[in-house]
Structure formats: structure tokens, C-alpha cells
Design a protein around this ligand. Sequence first.
Ligand code: NAI
Length: 308
Amino acid sequence: MKVTVVGAGAVGASCAEYIAMKNFASEVVLVDIKEGFAEGKAMDLMQTASLNGFDTRVSGTTGDYSKTAGSAVAVITSGIPRKPGMTREELIGINAGIVKEVTANLVKHSPEVIIIVVSNPMDTMAYLVHKTSGLPKNKIIGMGGALDSARFKYRLAEALDCPISDVDGMVIAAHSDTGMLPLMSKATRNGVPVSEFLDAEKQAYVEEETKVGGATLTKLLGTSAWYAPGAAVSVLVHSILCDQKKMIPCSLMLDGEYGESDICLGVPAIIGKNGVEKIVDISLTDEEKEKFATAAKAVREVNGDLKF
Ligand code: NAI
């Protein structure tokens, strides 16, 4: 099956690389507006095929969307990333225009496509795609929770001084420094609640480091991260293309779930061949419910800046 990745920059190229390396898609088409850039990234990636042992065909185009026709999944990473000190929300002006235009081009050539939105501010960009694409809501998925949960697990394993595969945890709510909600009450080490191992101070440290995970990397790199975002997208695409029905937190249009409506926020969902197969209702503590509502309020304010 064919996958399109729009934006051949840091995150887009990383997505394409992980998707190709995992060998589950027949074809990946990279699209960028910078002349020759997507073609170059695609050629470079294809020259790793014999080295890395994959058969996925990777091609690139400078804005010719006819090459994306018939895509089962399209990933939108086009737009500007944040610089040190910037919030994701500050990117809205430029990225909204790009995401809207890219969405229209994708849907024109692949009316059945499932869109994964990566560009920031992601919850608001996912909302914009819902409002402008005409696609059913199960076909629009914002990628944030998969990445933030991976960062949560990284910080949990660090605090517990144990292998990452021993820990489990999930981050829901907004993909923003303040609106992220790492569910400490549900985090486990080998099935045992982490509260058995970490005192309140260590738990607070893990939560805080998870929430500023993106900002920490932006400060170190001078731009936002790409390996983990690319890997997180590839996990979503894999679950769709191979109908794995994995439970992955994603930013989805809510219609009463978790007490919210007409907003995209991170919630756990089953991801399979139809995109969003089901939003999973997990019980939250009163404090978590309050934090979820506060995150929703902040995202709604950012959504208010959108012009359709
Ligand atoms: P980048 O600057 O490396 O790449 C963006 C690419 O988009 C550039 O190559 C640019 O030429 C291209 N582009 C711009 N306008 C376009 C258009 N109209 N059509 C096609 N291509 C276009 O940026 P990077 O680091 O790859 O980040 C991309 C976006 O992803 C940013 O908005 C960033 O904030 C976001 N991001 C989101 C994450 C998430 O968890 N949701 C994680 C990391 C980044």
C-alpha cells in the first residue's frame, strides 16, 4: 500500500526512513515545495535499500500531487518547526495555511486517504483538517500522544533505572508543554504501579521532564526533534496498514468522549485499517479529569485563532 509523506524535512524524512525500513508499505512518496529536495531525500533513502534490506519504493516530488494518487495514508509534516524558546502555538499563522492547502491537494488525489497530522500546533492543525477536508472523523489522526508516551517511558525508565521495555505509560490531552497529561496513576513497571517505586518528588520530576521533552530537545538541537517523531508516526502507519488494532493515544475529534466536544485532543484509541476504530474510555482520577478540562480550554483558545 502507498503512503505519502508531505514535508521532506527532518520529521518527514525520518518518517519515510522508518516506514521504509520496517518494510510494510509497498511505496512511500515524499512531497516538498523546495525544488528537488524530496527527490533528493528519496534517492538517498533508496540507496540504503540494499544496505538495510527493504523493498519499499521511495520516490519524491516537488509538489506534483498526482504522484500521491491512491495513497492509503498521508502524513502531513510540512510547515515550520519551533526554535529554542518558542511554543508550538506560535507556529499557527504559517502552518495553518500550509496544512489547509496540503490537505486539499491530498484529498483531491486520494479521496479515501487516512491523514496523520504532525505539523504544530498539532491539536489545532488536526482540528483544521477536520473542518476543511470533508473526510469522516475516523480518517483524521493527530500524532502527539505516541511520541509523548515514548518520552514518558524514557523518563520513567531513567528514574527507575530499568530497561525501557519494563515500563508502560501513556500521555493524553494536549500536545503542548502545559497541556500534556502523563497518566502517572496508570504507569507501571512490569505490571506494578510505579508509585510503588517512585516517591511523589520523583513522580513530579518524571511528569515535568515528559511535558517539556520537546522543548528540552529544541534547546539542545536548535530545532525540534525528528527520530522519535518519525518513529512514532511509523508505528501509527504500521497499525493502520497492517490492521494491528494497537491502542495508541492520538489527537482525535471528540464528540462527548472525556466530557469534550468539537475539539481534537489526545485520547487512547484503537488504530486499524479504518483509521480510528474506537476511542477507548479509560477511567481518570478527579485530578486528571480537571487537568484534561484545563488542557481542552487552552486548545480551544488556540483553535479560536484559526481562519477557515
Ligand atoms: P523542517 O523545516 O525540517 O521540514 C519541514 C518541511 O516542510 C520543509 O522541507 C519545507 O520545505 C516543507 N514545506 C513547507 N511548506 C510546504 C508545503 N506547502 N508543501 C510541502 N512541503 C512544504 O521541519 P520539521 O522539523 O520536519 O518539522 C515539521 C513540523 O512537524 C513542524 O511544524 C514541527 O513543529 C512539527 N513536529 C510535530 C511533532 C509532533 O509530535 N506532532 C514532533 C516534531 C515536529
